[in-house]
Design a protein around this ligand. Sequence first.
Ligand SMILES: [Zn+2]
Length: 296
Amino acid sequence: MSVTETSRDELLCDCGCGHRWLVTRGSVRTSEGERRFIAIPTAHKDTRFWWMALEVEAGRWALTRTWIQEKNVNSQTVDLAISPLRGVVPFASDASAAMLRADVLAKPALKEALFAAHDLVIRHHPSIGAHLDPEMGRDFSFKAPDCVWSQPPKERSPRNQLNFAECGHRLFVRALFAIPVSDGAELRVGLWVEVSTEDFFELLKVWDDPAKYVAFRANGVVENSLALRGRDVRGSRATLAPRNADECLFFAAVDEPALDELLKTGVSVRDLDALVTEVRSVMTRQATPPSTAGAS
Ligand SMILES: [Zn+2]
């Protein structure tokens, strides 16, 4: 690993939006030695930037802004005035620690070293994927309830689909467990919930009727095993409700107090990566077919 993170802090956005951004500091090992970096990922509506300062000479930092456009990573050098880095050490007390954009561009060798280090951080920093490509990094879903997953593929119901599933006489719907993140985004995990026969068929009936769909409510029991903050969600009773007519159901409440708190108060952006790592490891397990599947 050529990128080492040494600290994670939070910074309240100074635009008044109330979001708290991650401030990640560390160092990157390049062919020319170790360089320090400070990065602040921000997200306002659909505009997501990865702001970074890289120490290109002792005590002298060059600033960049990075974003994704049509799946390509773009980056450019910027002045301190437009970067949220102006609010953190050392720039908050010493603006001259940041090089002017014009001065960086006037030195081709320095600019080249800057972007070599920049690209290494982009490639290896644990938070960058989840930030710049949120659809890849913050949206997860179980493909099926655990009880369907444990069936040999040939025994699974052909009626199972993206949001509805059955396992013998048991009926399931998929709903999003959406955890608010302090930077204003959400970590979403699609979980399967066993509901009553009545609720299952009622949901099917109102699925394409927006007015009736938004009024739909159901209760059920989670049928996927996933540890969130050390607590398995499986077996929890949940209340499900749509947020709007265009998306699938969401968890509105959970009877397990710690999980309900996670659902309502969310996580600090500092803790997001640890949570994503936990979720991703479970998803990877379900993505791999059970070893008995091939024999059936
Ligand atoms: Zn803001």
